[in-house]
Design a protein around this ligand. Structure first.
Ligand code: B12
Length: 229
C-alpha cells in the first residue's frame, strides 16, 4: 500500500513497538456512524508468544492470562502514543481499548472490523480475526481518527477456512456454529458469544478470572510461527 509521511511515521512506531502488521482504512456502513464522529482507522496486530499459546491444552494457563494482560497494556499504550502523533499533526484521535466490554458482550468499536477493512486478514469460522501474517495468534489495536489523508486499503480478504472445522470441534463451550464468515454476517451466525463467555466464567474463573480461553486460537491450523528473524 502506498503511504504518506504521517502513515510511515505511525507504521514505523508501531512496528518498532511490537506490531506485526499495520493498516489504514476509511470507516464504512454502520461503522462510519460511530459515536465518536471519526472517519478513518489505524489498525494493527500484536503477535502473541507461540510458546505460551502452545501451552494451552484443554484450558487456558496462568501464563496465557498474564500474557493477555501485558499485551493489552502494550496495545493501550501504543494506541495512545499513535494518538499523540496524530494530535501533533492537528488531528483528533480515539484509541479503542484493547479489551473493554460495554453494554454486555460488545466493545465501543470492533477491532476486527478495522483489521479486516485495513486488509490485514479476515474473520475465520472461529469468529477470530485471522491475520495474513500470523493467523489468529494476534491481539488487535485500533485508533480512530478524523485524519482523511491516509492512503487506505480497499480490498477485503475472503474467509480462507474452507471446509476446516477444527475450531468448532475443539470449542469446549460448543459456541462455534461452523458457518463461514462474510462481511456483514451477524456475529450470532458465527459464534454464540453468551455460551463462550459463560464457559470462560464458570470453567476458568480460577485461572483467568473468567476472561480468557484461547483454545480456538491454539488449534487453528492457520497459526503460523510468529517468530520473525
Ligand atoms: C466482547 C468481546 C468478547 C465476547 C464476545 C466475542 C465476539 N466475537 O464478539 C466474548 C467474551 C465471548 C469474547 C471471547 C473471546 N475473545 Co474477545 N473481545 C470482545 C471485545 C471486547 C468486543 C467485541 C465486539 O464488540 N463484538 C461485537 C461485534 C459486532 O463485532 P465483532 O465480533 O468484533 O466483529 C463482527 C463485525 O465487526 C463484523 N465485521 C468484521 N469485519 C468486518 C468487515 C466488514 C467490511 C464488515 C461490513 C463487517 C465486519 O463481523 C464480525 C463478526 O460477525 C473485543 C475487543 C473489541 N473492541 O473489538 C475482544 C476481542 C474480539 N476478543 C479477542 C479474543 C482473543 C477473545 C478470546 C480468544 C478470549 C481470550 N482472549 O482468550 C475469545 C474468542 C471467542 C471467539 N471465538 O470469537 C480478540 C480477538 C483477536 C483475534 N485474533 O480475533 C479481541 C479483538 C481483543 C483484542 N484487542 O485483540 N470476546
Amino acid at each position: 500500500m502506498p503511504m504518506n509521511k504521517l502513515q510511515k511515521q505511525i507504521t514505523d512506531f508501531l512496528i518498532e513497538n511490537g506490531a506485526g502488521q499495520v493498516g489504514f482504512c476509511k470507516l464504512g456502513g454502520a461503522f462510519a456512524d460511530n459515536e465518536f464522529g471519526m472517519t478513518h482507522a489505524v489498525s494493527y496486530t500484536v503477535p502473541l508468544s507461540d510458546a505460551i499459546v502452545d501451552g494451552i491444552e484443554d484450558a487456558p494457563t496462568h501464563t496465557y492470562f498474564h500474557h493477555y494482560r501485558t499485551v493489552n497494556a502494550l496495545i493501550d499504550r501504543n494506541s495512545l502514543m499513535v494518538g499523540f502523533i496524530l494530535r501533533r499533526h492537528g488531528f483528533k484521535y480515539v484509541p479503542i481499548p484493547a479489551s473493554q466490554s460495554v453494554n454486555g458482550l460488545q466493545g465501543v468499536f470492533s477491532h476486527k472490523y478495522a483489521a479486516v477493512n485495513s486488509g490485514l486478514g479476515y474473520v475465520g469460522k472461529s469468529g477470530l480475526f485471522i491475520s495474513a501474517k500470523n493467523g489468529p495468534r494476534v491481539r488487535l489495536g485500533t485508533i480512530l481518527t478524523d485524519c482523511a489523508d491516509f492512503e487506505v486499503n480497499t480490498k477485503i480478504l475472503e474467509c480462507g477456512c474452507g471446509s476446516c472445522d477444527i475450531c468448532r470441534k475443539a470449542c469446549p463451550a460448543m459456541a462455534i456454529t461452523g458457518n463461514t464468515w462474510k462481511p456483514g454476517e451477524p456475529r450470532e451466525n458465527i459464534i454464540d458469544a453468551i455460551a463462550c463467555s459463560r464457559h470462560m466464567k464458570t470453567a476458568y474463573q480460577k485461572i483467568g478470572r473468567g476472561a480468557v480461553c484461547g483454545i480456538c486460537m491454539k488449534v487453528c491450523p492457520k497459526s503460523k510461527n510468529t517468530v520473525s528473524r
